[in-house]
Design a protein around this ligand. Structure first.
Ligand code: CA2
Length: 147
């Protein structure tokens, strides 16, 4: 099983700025935690980050032939991007939306997710552990689908 983790804008700054909001862990440290769980589950994981909406859309399109599932923290594009939503719809691979913070306890403009309706579900508010939970969630969806 192959799972693609996508990260949107500014998530490359994790652990380096705004630790009160997003914690002290860098994206690389979070990825290490995910990789440990992935090994346990015998899953291959790949991590990518981009500040560009178009690049994220291209990666989602390409995932169709190469991955069984997608876990995405689209960052600020979560709240604005019809393009990312349309790409997820088009590829038809199971997708889990994740966030470090609880977007519902923050500013009003973060409450709406453009991509939520086309994802299986959301995991939000657990800091870096949202990524590990995202892996467990997508794994369960794919395994249960194939039984
Ligand atoms: O809570 C999340 O995971 C978010 O996707 C993070 C996004 C935010 O726009 C979403 O509303 C919720 C922001 C990511 C920016 O990350 C930074 C990390 C360190 C310093 C500055 C930004």
């Amino acid at each position: 099983m192959r799972i693609l983790f996508l990260n949107g804008p500014n998530l490359n700054l994790l652990g380096l700025r705004e630790p009160d909001l997003y914690g002290n862990s860098t994206l690389v440290e979070i990825e290490k935690q995910v990789s440990l769980k992935a090994k346990e589950l015998d899953v291959d994981v790949e991590f990518r980050q981009s500040n560009s909406e178009g690049e994220l859309i291209t990666w989602i399109q390409e995932a169709r032939n190469n991955f069984n599932g997608l876990v995405i923290n689209a960052g600020a594009y979560t709240h604005t991007s019809i393009g990312i939503r349309d790409a997820i719809t088009a590829v038809k691979i199971p997708t889990v939306e994740i966030h470090l913070s609880n977007i519902h306890s923050r500013e009003q403009f973060r409450h709406n997710s453009m991509i939520a309706p086309v994802c299986i579900g959301q995991i939000i508010g657990f800091g870096g552990y949202s990524y590990v939970l995202g892996l467990i969630a997508i794994y369960n969806v794919i395994v249960n689908k194939s039984v």
